[in-house]
Design a protein around this ligand. Structure first.
Ligand code: ATP
Ligand code: MG
Length: 390
């Protein structure tokens, strides 16, 4: 385990981040707003975080010289990308405080380990089986079908998943996924999906953001809604309590997202964790008095955690590259000026030069005094942008 800062790192210190995507970019913005310097490691010269950081080390995640440079420049290091090689985390942890710890990231990287952790915490998850061999495949209980076969590692945005109705489809899907280690989950009847962002300090203190209600389309987060009553209050408390026990059990330090399903019978089931801020927490930038990235800076720098307060009802719309290609036209900029004429519209773009289908280009947070107003304005923005109503 890495040494965590006992005394807080003062502004002016340098906070490092492995990975240069949009989550790293928004971490860098939050760190710089508090007077920290930043260092980003990402091979892409145009990486969203690298473009705005004091230092940008342009090497692969497993390049020993790049990692040594990141450690040399940084007083503490975090990651924004969950598939960072464990060896990279270990190399850094030998030299500088790293949060979250490599072993926490390792649990989140592997669906089989992740499920085992949920079971150990006593938090219900989907009935499942780990499939690593043909014998495991043959032994799958019919109770798990229809189900979803998911690769144990490296899945995101619904990639590496196959829906299977019966044993024959399961066998075909496993072959199609290259007979990689997989987890088969029973297909559950979902009423809604929600998630919780939790921050845990090195002293074990925890704070949660208000529970997010999420809508996915094609396996990708499309809309997040946060306001009083977005999910039944008893479920929201249950989700926050589950997130706290999952984080405590891991002795987690940093920001962690826990995704849940709410079943049609009202039961709460944990889906997965992400060892970093999460797309579903972006609303906090404009609707809370501290954002998930502000919390991430505080956990890394060893600063106090204060419970975030939601001051506005909010709806977040994800801005995927598809919006640049509406009506089959060649790439063209969405009508930002019209969108920004709407009250409470906050545009966040990640500085990616090339729009592609399914690529996360930015998000729009719509804030308002009431849930009705936030939803009405968000629906207007969605109509302008060519996002389907929700
Ligand atoms: P990301 O990491 O981007 O959140 P992912 O690729 O890890 O996505 P999951 O979160 O496992 O994928 O699943 C994507 C979506 O598929 C879920 O948000 C949910 O809508 C649906 N889904 C996944 N597992 C189940 C299940 N067991 N029963 C019903 N629906 C499911
Ligand atoms: Mg997910």
């Amino acid at each position: 385990m890495s040494a965590h800062p006992i005394t807080a790192l003062a502004p002016g210190s340098t906070l490092g981040v492995l990975g240069g995507g949009q989550l790293g970019r928004m971490f860098v913005h939050a760190a710089q707003a508090m007077g920290y310097r930043t260092a980003v490691l990402d091979a892409d010269p145009e990486s969203p975080a690298g473009l705005v950081s004091h230092h940008h080390i342009r090497t692969a995640y497993d390049d020993p010289d790049g990692l040594a440079e990141l450690a040399r420049l940084s007083d503490a290091i975090t990651t924004e990308f969950e598939n960072v090689p464990a060896s990279a985390m270990a190399a850094l942890a030998g030299q500088r405080p790293v949060a979250p710890a490599a072993r926490c990231v390792a649990v989140a990287q592997d669906r089989a380990q992740e499920k085992a952790h949920f079971v150990a915490c006593g938090v219900p998850c989907a009935p499942h089986a780990v499939i690593e061999t043909t014998a495991h495949l043959a032994a799958v209980s019919a109770d798990l079908l229809p189900g979803i076969l998911k690769t144990a590692r490296l899945g995101y945005d619904g990639k590496g998943q196959r829906r299977v109705a019966n044993a024959a489809e399961l066998a075909a899907a496993w072959a199609e996924l290259g007979e990689l280690p997989c987890v088969l989950e029973k297909m559950l009847p979902l009423a809604l999906e929600c998630s919780v962002l939790i921050a845990r300090g090195h002293d074990g203190a925890t704070v949660c953001l208000p529970v997010q209600r999420n809508l996915h389309r094609d396996g990708i987060l499309a809309v997040t809604e946060v306001y009083e009553g977005n999910v039944p209050p008893a479920l929201a408390s249950q989700a926050q309590a589950a997130a706290i026990s999952i984080a405590n059990e891991l002795q987690y330090v940093g920001v962690l997202c826990v995704e849940f399903f709410v079943l049609q019978d009202g039961r709460l089931v944990v889906n997965e964790i992400a060892p970093r801020p999460h797309n579903s927490g972006h609303y906090s930038q404009d609707a809370c008095d501290i954002s998930q990235f502000g919390l991430q800076v505080r956990t890394l720098a060893g600063l106090p955690l204060v419970a975030p307060r939601l001051h506005s009802a909010t709806v977040m719309l994800n801005l995927l590259g598809d919006l640049w290609f509406t009506q089959g036209r060649s790439a063209q900029e969405p009508p930002w000026a019209q969108v920004l004429a709407l009250p409470g519209a906050h545009l966040h773009l990640y500085g990616k030069t090339q729009a592609k289908h399914g690529r996360k280009m930015g998000h729009l947070n719509v804030t308002a005094a009431t849930p009705e107003a936030a939803r009405a304005t968000a629906l207007q923005a969605a109509a302008l942008l060519g996002i389907a109503a929700f």
